[in-house]
Design a protein around this ligand. Structure first.
Ligand code: ASP
Length: 336
């Protein structure tokens, strides 16, 4: 179990009333049921547990290193993480832990562990059970990076945080849940990545953060887009477009994006809609983007598109290679 921080490990400061990160011991003390788990668990904690708003690619590398160093010694890994950026971390880890053959289950909670109605206990105990689960052949039931929350196991790179206060805080809008938990945990094996004994786990540590997310809206200003597209600090853009991947036909926008692509920037088109996929061929307002060299992000979440582009650019892939891999599902992140 890797404890990074978040509400799940926070307690209220009696003086200020604010939630503050406590220590890893706090968890064991507040979840005495952990001693009844059939799994034997070791815990590693970040030296300073963080609110997940403070997470950076450097923290992802730390998690990858912990998993890589301990890969052969454990059946599975549970990562306790704040909910705010959990979908970003799950997406990033799904690429950084290439061909992971063991469960890596992120979980957290909406309510601190000490609160009487806390969701921390159920989330944590079920995540542990899933991380330890084996099929009839003794292989891991879920050999991939997932988020377990409330009553669902979701593929990590298909998940988004959709509620700031519901206990069912995560959704996977474009891919079915991998498991549901009720009185029993029901695994939907047809949606889970199959275990492949021949695949070799390879950790990666290079993520290129020179990326922005640009969200279209009626009235977007030319000067703002031009400034971003001319900036050397930006190597890639996740472009959140309308509907099935459409943008206005005002001339300046497409010219500006096309120029940026010619100058080596990678632009990936994803939809602002919560469900469905980009299909740039469908309307003239989408086709112009295709003609400008913009790559389809298919039905990616924004978190997965961002993490994938950070990963591919971090690996030093050429433009052509990024284009090819963006059109390939490398960790189950898109539907083709
Ligand atoms: N702000 C917290 C975090 O993301 C919220 C949570 O854990 O639910 O770390």
């Amino acid at each position: 179990m890797i404890y990074t921080g978040g509400t799940i490990g926070m307690v209220r400061n009696p003086a200020t009333g604010a939630l503050e990160a406590f220590t890893a011991d706090n968890l064991a003390a507040n979840i005495p049921e952990m001693k009844y788990c059939s799994a034997s668990i070791d815990m590693v904690a970040f030296d300073t547990p963080i609110d997940s708003s403070d997470i950076t690619p450097e923290h992802w590398c730390r998690i990858v290193k912990i998993i890589s160093d301990n890969y052969d010694n454990y059946d599975g890994f549970v990562i306790l993480h704040g909910t705010d950026t959990m979908a970003y971390s799950a997406s990033a880890l799904s690429f950084m832990l290439e061909d992971v053959g063991k469960p890596v289950i992120l979980t957290g909670s909406q309510l601190p562990v000490e609160v009487i109605r806390t969701d921390a206990k159920e989330n944590l105990l079920t995540a542990i059970e899933i991380a330890a689960a084996k099929d009839a052949e003794g292989n891991p039931m879920v050999p991939e990076v997932c988020i377990y929350f409330h009553d669902k196991l979701l593929r990590g790179n298909r998940s988004s945080k959709v509620s700031a206060n519901n206990l069912a805080a995560f959704a996977s809008n474009n891919y079915p849940a991998l498991a549901h938990s009720g009185t029993e945990i029901t695994y939907h094996r047809e949606f889970i990545r199959p275990y492949d004994p021949a695949s070799k786990f390879t950790p990666h540590y290079d993520m290129d953060s020179s990326i922005i997310v640009l969200s279209l809206f009626p009235g977007l200003q030319r000067g703002a887009v031009e400034a971003a597209m001319k900036s050397d600090a930006i190597g890639g853009v996740i472009f959140r477009t309308f509907g099935s991947g459409n943008a206005p036909r005002n001339g300046w926008l497409v010219n500006c994006l096309s120029e940026a692509v010619k100058n080596g920037k990678t632009i990936v088109n994803i939809s602002q809609c919560a469900t469905g996929s980009v299909e740039m061929e469908r309307y003239e307002t989408g086709r112009q983007l295709l003609d400008a060299g913009i790559i389809s992000g298919h039905d990616s979440t924004v978190e997965a598109a961002l993490a994938k582009l950070m990963f591919l650019r971090g690996k030093g892939c050429s433009q052509a290679e990024i284009q090819r891999l963006m059109n390939t599902s490398i960790a189950g992140e898109i539907t083709l």
